[in-house]
Design a protein around this ligand. Structure first.
Ligand code: 13P
Ligand code: SF4
Length: 359
């Protein structure tokens, strides 16, 4: 069932153009870059801080996280990492919901972000007030929200999921007879619904980056590259997902580059992921899946404008000043912890073989 008659129309969020965001990031000379990197390394140790970065962030930030005992990963593993690392400060390079999730799970730690302006179109597209009213209108349904939401939306949910675990949680709920409210990403929701057969009411927000991938252009590109594997993040439109060899979270797509034998891959997700893909599969070629295209309606061109706000300059700034700290209202945090911890416990259960693996 996919009827969505009473879902409020909150419109398409305005995203800044990525090219314009990138133009505001300082370009260092080689020597300046080395100096800034050295200073960041020093401050991470001096301030008992650890850097956790998403795969979509700038390659220098990913390199720094790897070299300093931090972590580069997808949103689920970023959330889990904060729990198991002893540092008193987590510096989260990514978008705001990632910093908030870290704070929800680690209230005793200081959580800093290079910028607090880095949001997400899914978070903007699911305002807490409208979402709560929607849930209240369907009290018989289990509320499952994507991690790309505010702490307040998580507080109203029964479950939080990320793309790496969403299918497994939905299947588990479906198998136990639960009907689901899913928010906010409509493409991911539709994909899960189709894969699991679960009864889901879908909120209608989307990701400004993945929504731009185009199935027809992908079809033509595939014909030019017959040996290429097609790797697709499930926030992409249905026609794009249908052409995928692998559909999965950022980590799952990176793993596919070494598991599959294809010499090249067409990748339908943020191109920040190429940094890690090239590192783990150095002999292979990576091609961006086609988007609406520069000059057309494309504002992101396969790179998230909010992820692009993270750079060496503001990472250094936040370590020097301690500003850009994440705070979550304690009552909301306690509520949001229930649904978020449920995901972490479920993921731990999967690792320990308590739930059936579906892939
Ligand atoms: P992952 O959980 O796959 O890293 O995705 C996060 C995200 O924001 C994708 O656009
Ligand atoms: Fe949000 Fe899309 Fe950016 Fe991911 S890529 S943070 S879903 S806007």
């Amino acid at each position: 069932m996919s009827s969505t008659p009473d879902i409020p129309n909150i419109g398409i969020p305005q995203a800044p153009a990525t090219a314009r965001v990138m133009a505001t990031i300082p370009h260092y000379t080689g020597a300046e870059r080395e100096r800034v990197i050295g200073r960041i390394k020093h401050l991470l140790t001096a301030k008992d801080a650890v850097l956790v970065a998403h795969y979509y962030t700038d390659g220098d930030l990913q390199m720094l996280a790897d070299q300093t005992g931090g972590f580069v990963s997808d949103s689920l593993e970023m959330a889990r990492f904060g729990n198991r690392h002893p540092a008193s400060t987590l510096v989260v390079a990514g978008v705001r919901f990632m910093g908030e999730t870290a704070k929800i799970l680690n209230p005793e730690k200081r959580v800093l972000m290079p910028t607090l302006e880095a949001t997400c179109s899914l978070d903007i597209g699911c305002p807490a007030k409208e979402f709560k009213a929607f849930c209240d209108a369907h009290p018989e349904r289990t509320v499952v929200v994507y991690a790309n939401t505010s702490a307040e939306v998580k507080a109203r949910a029964d479950w939080v999921v990320t793309s790496s675990i969403a299918l497994k949680v939905a299947k588990f709920l479906h198998d136990t007879g639960e009907k689901i409210i899913w928010a906010p990403d409509r493409h991911l929701g539709r994909y899960i619904q189709k894969e699991t057969g679960a009864d889901m009411l879908l909120w209608q927000a989307s990701c400004v980056v993945h929504d731009e991938f185009r199935a027809e252009a992908l079809f033509r590109l595939k014909q030019k590259h017959p040996d290429a594997g097609v790797l697709v993040h499930p926030e992409s439109p249905e026609g794009v997902i249908e052409m995928a060899d692998v559909v999965g979270s950022t980590t799952q797509l990176i793993k596919a580059t070494t598991r599959l034998t294809n010499p090249e891959f067409i990748v339908a997700t943020d191109n920040g992921i190429f940094y890690k893909m090239k590192e783990v599969a150095p002999g292979k070629k990576f091609i961006e899946a086609p988007t609406g295209g520069a000059g057309a309606t494309c504002t992101s061109c396969a790179h998230c404008p909010w992820m692009a706000m993270n750079g060496l300059h503001n990472l250094l700034g936040v370590l020097e000043t301690g500003e850009h700290e994440i705070h979550v209202d304690e009552a909301i945090r306690v509520q949001a912890l229930r649904s978020t911890q449920r995901m972490i416990d479920f993921a731990n259960g999967l690792n320990q073989g308590r739930h059936k693996q579906t892939d």
